[in-house]
Write a protein that binds this ligand. Structure first.
Ligand code: ASC
Length: 150
């Protein structure tokens, strides 16, 4: 293989392997990335939550699509909580890096509940969606209580 081909392949491996162990050019970019992911997740989750609580009319297709998007995007923020990203325009508490096992446990629990919500929304059963919205919302709240500044 030509040296240029090897370099090109190596570069594409780096370019396409960002999510698993994300490297960001600047701490500021990591903060922006995780906040963007959490915002997109929240917008999709709250659309389903509004239907579950009767604040919005139930539309099974919109609920299923929104929950599936929230479920996927829920995987993204965590790679952007690396060391040195505790400063700047963030409400992340220093405890995230001191109690990282607990933070990971919360993050994992949220993703597990979001997946259940997506499955419930796919099934179209409003009762199951309500229960899953409540369980998922509980995981958002407990993490904010312990790891997010007011
Ligand atoms: C939302 C949102 C949260 C959670 C939380 C649930 O829609 O922005 O942080 O639900 O309020 O308790």
């Amino acid at each position: 293989m030509k040296r240029s081909t090897v370099l090109l392949l190596a570069a594409s491996v780096v370019a396409f392997s960002v999510p698993a162990s994300a490297q960001f050019a600047k701490a500021e970019d990591a903060v922006k990335y995780r906040k963007s992911a959490l915002f997109v997740m929240q917008q999709n989750f709250s659309r389903v939550a509004a239907m579950a609580s009767g604040k919005a009319p139930f539309d099974a297709k919109v609920a299923a699509d929104s929950a599936a998007t929230a479920d996927f995007v829920a995987k993204l923020p965590w790679a952007a909580f690396g060391e040195g990203t505790d400063k700047g325009d963030t409400r992340a508490k220093p405890e995230i890096w001191k109690e990282s096992a607990k933070f990971k446990e919360y993050a994992d629990k949220m993703q597990a509940e979001m997946s259940k919500l997506s499955a419930a929304a796919k099934s179209g059963n409003l009762g199951n969606i309500k229960a899953a919205v409540s369980a998922t919302g509980g995981t958002c709240k407990s993490c904010h209580d312990d790891f997010r500044k007011e």
